[in-house]
Design a binder for this molecule. Structure first.
Ligand code: SF4
Length: 432
């Protein structure tokens, strides 16, 4: 991989005297200025293996399937080779290996996948190469090997520093594993680390969350994704809530913990560039920005999605079927849809409003002018006066508005099918 050193990452800038919104706008501009936005795209690889299934997780992943890891790697390289026709003139600048727990792969597995990607898609323009890993499941030696292969961003799923909450969530690690794996990653050469952490967990108090965030900023990752735990249909947590065995925190608690996060992290140099995502200068996740900006991406692996700007498609959400289809010479694609202009606009609105910089009502939403947009949305702009701001042609949420992002976006939708909304959760292509 040719272009992965830190000189290709967004140039750091001084945010100290700027407001959060201005910081976000500059961050975004800075990120765009460092990549050829017009045709850049992301590559997502879904690795569906985990050591155990967490209580709340609805991502497509399976425990105890070590028996098929080698077959999976062979199949995913086959799938990549089969994508040669979809590539056209795309310039791929981000690669994200998610899951599941991709750090369970060996460096040899990763190398095979990368060789296929290099051959078919070309990796020379990749500037951000992320791999997800779990604390306690990624020894330093392995992390070093991943780093040597070109991974330049690590995303660690801490979720909490509280032993009791980790146990409740079904995580296999304990709080000490978080700092141990983080330090091991630093020693292995990672200077761009993101940490996922959860609030709104049953039993979690504001003090507990405050102490989690304090411990996190002390470690000093470059990026933090702080998600509100939601009860997803079909998960064990869903069953427990339905059976009255677990009671989710009240809405006010969720809101209080969210508000604390939004207030606390910027004070430590993490600006809130998206509803759930915070980054130090120049460290916003470029891959996820592809999703939020409605830019194209290719997805490989069971349940992965792809998007070419107007058409979306998705693979079978079943590992065994995925393996059989590919080994039988068939496509793993299970379905697809062509989005019409209304659906595309609604999606841009729902995703773009998650970003602190918001969206351009002319460039992104396609209105002829700001006046044209205002004339069509006068009523909504008035009723959401405390929640929405229009500065020039940029429409964005106020801090208060971020709490109602989905409701506000839905109120602005044009007629037609509404996109699926996921307030305060992971980006769309990670919702597999
Ligand atoms: S939350 Fe992460 S580690 Fe837990 S089962 Fe889901 S993908 Fe695996």
């Amino acid at each position: 991989m040719g272009d992965q050193d830190s000189s290709n990452l967004p140039v750091g800038i001084d945010y100290q005297s700027r407001s959060d919104a201005a910081r976000a706008a500059v961050e975004e501009k800075n990120s765009r200025a460092n990549s050829p936005v017009a045709s850049t795209a992301g590559i997502y690889i879904h690795v569906p293996f985990c050591r155990a299934k967490c209580l709340y997780c609805d991502f497509y992943s399976l425990a105890e399937r070590d028996d098929v890891v080698d077959r999976f790697v062979n199949c995913i390289t086959e799938e990549i080779h089969g994508a040669a026709g979809q590539v056209r003139d795309r310039r791929f600048d981000t690669l994200y290996i998610g899951g599941g727990t991709p750090s369970l792969l060996t460096p040899g597995h990763l190398e095979s996948i990368m060789n296929a990607l290099q051959k078919v898609l070309g990796l020379n323009r990749i500037v951000e190469f992320t791999l997800e890993a779990n604390p306690g499941e990624a020894p330093e030696e392995k992390l070093r090997a991943f780093r040597d292969l070109g991974v330049n961003r690590l995303s660690l799923g801490f979720q909490s520093f509280d032993a009791g909450l980790l146990k409740f969530l079904g995580r296999l690690h304990d709080p000490r594993d978080c700092s141990r794996t983080f330090e091991a990653a630093r020693r292995a050469g990672f200077d761009n680390i993101s940490v996922d952490i959860l609030f709104n967990v049953p039993g979690q108090t504001l003090q507990c969350w405050q102490s989690d965030l304090a411990a996190l900023v002390e470690l000093g990752p470059e990026h933090i994704s702080a998600y509100s735990l939601t009860v997803e249909r079909g998960t064990p947590l869903d069953d427990m809530v339905a059976a009255g065995q677990v009671c989710m925190p009240a809405e006010e608690v969720d809101t209080a913990l969210y508000a604390w996060t939004r207030q606390y992290l910027p004070g430590w140099g993490y600006h809130a560039y998206e509803i759930s995502n915070y980054a130090r200068n120049g460290r916003a996740c470029r891959h996820n920005l592809h999703y939020w900006r409605g830019e194209p991406y290719l997805g490989f692996g069971p349940a992965a999605h792809g998007f070419d700007g107007t058409r979306r498609w998705w693979n079978v959400r079943d590992l065994d079927k995925y393996l059989k289809l590919i080994e039988g010479g068939d496509s793993p694609v299970a379905g697809g849809e062509e989005l019409n202009i209304i659906q595309l606009r609604n999606e841009k609105l729902a995703l773009g409003l998650r970003l602190s910089r918001g969206i351009s009502v002319t460039v992104d939403l396609g209105y002829e002018s700001v006046a044209d947009f205002i004339s069509k949305y006068e009523g909504q702009l008035e009723s959401w006066a405390d929640h929405l701001v229009l500065v020039g042609e940029q429409l964005s949420l106020t801090e208060q508005g971020t709490l109602l992002a989905d409701t506000i976006a839905a109120d602005l939708f044009l007629e037609g099918r509404k996109p699926a909304l996921h307030r305060k959760r992971r980006p769309p292509a990670a919702l597999l």
